[in-house]
Structure formats: structure tokens, C-alpha cells
Design a protein. Structure first.
Length: 372
């Protein structure tokens, strides 16, 4: 079976890391794989290390969430070039399935898929917020008679008006085992951190503001920001975070390839995502690593965390509420925190294990390709 994968980003975001997690399982199926990625960058470089062919599509730089009119016009100019190249690649490769890992590439592929009767599987990692963009995506998914793998119900429900109920399946992301040796007790200065790409969606500014309130109560605390901007406009956001963190005992650790080490060094992981974040991988990674999680009850996060049992949800979106929850966890007994961490670890093994994730997605790929 020939599977053509297309992705809208060359950077290593969550969706691209998910695809890299799935790639070894795809290769074990003895499928013929080919990738088309928008622009050059770390993601296509990683793919080539797996020995797969990667075609580079022309770049199209757009904002991650809200797109002004000039960016819509930029997309319309990019669209015909991308569609033409994708048709050429498909004509040469003759795919039995098109696996689309980002919404921007559904429109350029939908008409080809409809005319050639090539099945389309759309892996939805985020929820489109702009009404026009969602209508466009939904119409093209319907045209292509696509099947959808949604990373959570929050994302999948936004697409239900456009497709039949059996065309959308929720599959939560899986992550590998990240448990490592804990920090020595002698070094247990309380450490509270946030991990992820630096952009407004991930809420690092709320973290810094909450950290200042925590520091007033527990001046022994140290704070950590792990991550870096992936988009150029996020540099402005990073500068704002640094400015508001002045006077705090805080480390900006940059991007780290080994997330397990970053999690091992934290007593509390904070996930201060805005209301439209879907299912941040870092939550499942923290479950696996045995790091307690405090998170805003945003987007798809309540589907992952059971408050007080596998983590701690903050229902009021404010630095004050976030700080109060962090302080409660830091002041809780070791036994109470250990119970939550143990429940989270069992939740990861049952629902978010990498092998479970690979098996479910491989089955959906096979079923979609074989559906007449």
C-alpha cells in the first residue's frame, strides 16, 4: 500500500512529533511511504533520517490562530502552486491513501482526491477558531469524503456538522515511557515549570504572573520555562515574558530535546494553555514521567485530567487561581501527591501509551485505505 503524507509545517510542533511517533509503526507495516512538507526545516530533516522520501512544497507563513485578511490573500496565492505540486507528486507515486496532518492542505488535495477516488485521512490536532476557515475545511472534507482522526472530542466535535458520525474517531495522542530516576532529596528546592513552544496559546505569561504570587508565599521556589518560539512573531511574546519575570528566581532553559529530564527536575508542571488549546502532549508526558500537573481547564485538557485524581484543574482562568492551586500542591503531603502521580501513571499506561496509539492509528489507516 502506498501512503502519501502531507504536513503544513517544517518545524517540530506537537502534530509533527505525533507523526514521528507513528512513523516506526507505519514502517513495520511494510507500506510504501512518501512525505510532502511545506518548506524545509527540522521536521523534514528528521523524516529523512528514517529513510523516507520527502518532497518540499513552497512555504506559506501564516499566523497560528487568528489570520488577518492579508494572510488569507497570501494563502490564496499559495494554494494553486501547492495544489499543482501535490497533483504531480500523487500522479508519480499513485497513493492508495492521502494522510493529511494539517488543515491548510485539505483544500489543495480535496478536488484531486474526489476525482481520483483516493481515500483521505485527516489527522486533526487543533480546532479551527475562525468561522470562515472552519466552513472551508468542512466543505472540502465533505467533498473528499474524508475520514478524521481527532486528538480529542473538543476538536472532533467542531467537525461533526460536516461529516457523518462514523467518519470521525477520537484517538488521544500516545507518548513513550518518560520515567527516569527522581531528583535526589537533598536537592529538593521546589521547582515549578512550564514546558512547550513559547507562544500566547501556551500561556507562559500567565505562568510568570502566577509564579510571582507563588514566590511571595514560598520564596524558596525556583521557576523554569522550557521551550522556544517556533514562529517569528512569538519573539515579541518571549520578550514580554522575560520583562515580566524580572526579579524572579527563574530560568529560561530554551528548547530541550530530552523532555524526560526537564520533567524529572520539576515538582509541579504547570499547563496554563488558553481556552482553545486541544490536548497538549506535555500532559501525557508528565503522566508518564510521574510529574504532578496543574492545568487550566481549557480546550481538550479536561478530557485528559480528572481533577484531584490524576492532576489538578483550575477552572478560573487567572494567575491568582493558578497560583493558589500550585501552592496547594506544593504544600500537600508526599502521600497525597504520590497518589495522584500513581493514578496519572496508570492512566498513561491504559490510555496514552505509545504502542496503543500506534496500533489504533495503523488500524484506522488500513481501514480507510480499504474502504471503497
Amino acid at each position: 500500500m502506498n501512503v502519501l503524507f502531507v504536513d503544513q509545517f517544517a518545524q517540530l510542533g506537537g502534530a509533527q512529533r505525533c507523526l514521528l511517533d507513528l512513523l516506526p509503526a507505519f514502517q513495520r507495516q511494510d507500506w510504501q511511504l512518501r512525505f510532502a512538507v511545506v518548506d524545509e526545516g527540522p521536521f523534514p530533516a528528521k523524516l529523512r533520517k528514517f529513510g523516507v522520501q520527502v518532497d518540499v512544497l513552497p512555504g506559506c507563513s501564516l499566523s497560528s490562530i487568528h489570520k488577518p485578511m492579508n494572510e488569507a490573500l497570501r494563502y490564496l496565492r499559495w494554494y494553486p502552486r501547492a495544489a499543482r505540486l501535490l497533483r504531480q507528486i500523487a500522479a508519480e507515486f499513485k497513493p492508495d491513501l492521502l494522510y493529511v496532518n494539517g488543515p491548510r492542505l485539505i483544500p489543495p488535495l480535496a478536488l484531486f482526491a474526489c476525482r481520483s477516488r483516493t481515500p483521505v485521512l485527516f489527522h486533526a490536532h487543533s480546532r479551527l477558531l475562525q468561522t470562515g476557515g472552519l466552513l472551508c475545511l468542512g466543505a472540502h472534507l465533505r467533498l473528499a469524503k474524508a475520514r478524521v482522526v481527532a486528538c480529542c472530542r473538543y476538536v472532533g466535535n467542531s467537525l461533526r456538522p460536516y461529516l457523518s458520525p462514523d467518519a470521525i474517531e477520537t484517538v488521544y495522542n500516545g507518548v513513550p515511557d518518560m520515567r527516569t530516576a527522581p531528583r535526589p532529596h537533598s536537592k529538593r528546592i521546589p521547582r515549578v515549570g512550564v514546558v512547550g513552544r513559547i507562544e500566547p496559546e501556551k500561556g507562559q505569561l500567565a505562568f510568570v504572573r502566577a509564579a510571582r504570587l507563588v514566590y511571595r508565599e514560598l520564596p524558596s521556589c525556583h521557576f523554569v520555562v522550557v521551550g522556544a518560539p517556533l514562529l517569528s512573531k512569538s519573539d515579541i511574546y518571549l520578550r514580554q515574558i522575560i520583562e515580566e519575570s524580572r526579579g524572579l528566581p527563574i530560568t529560561f532553559a530554551g528548547w530541550q530535546s530530552d523532555i524526560s529530564c526537564a520533567l524529572r527536575d520539576l515538582d509541579v508542571l504547570v499547563v496554563p494553555s488558553l481556552s482553545y488549546d486541544a490536548t497538549p502532549r506535555i500532559v501525557m508526558e508528565a503522566f508518564s514521567a510521574g510529574t504532578p500537573v496543574v492545568a487550566f481547564s481549557s480546550g481538550g485538557i479536561p478530557e485528559l485530567i480528572e481533577n484531584g485524581r490524576t492532576g489538578f484543574l483550575v477552572n478560573t482562568r487567572s494567575p491568582e487561581a493558578l497560583a493558589r492551586c500550585v501552592l496547594r500542591v506544593l504544600r500537600a503531603t508526599d502521600e497525597a501527591v504520590s497518589d495522584v502521580v500513581g493514578n496519572a501513571r496508570r492512566k498513561w499506561h491504559a490510555d496514552f501509551h505509545i504502542e496503543t496509539y500506534q496500533e489504533r492509528v495503523c488500524k484506522i489507516v488500513s481501514d480507510t485505505a480499504l474502504t471503497p
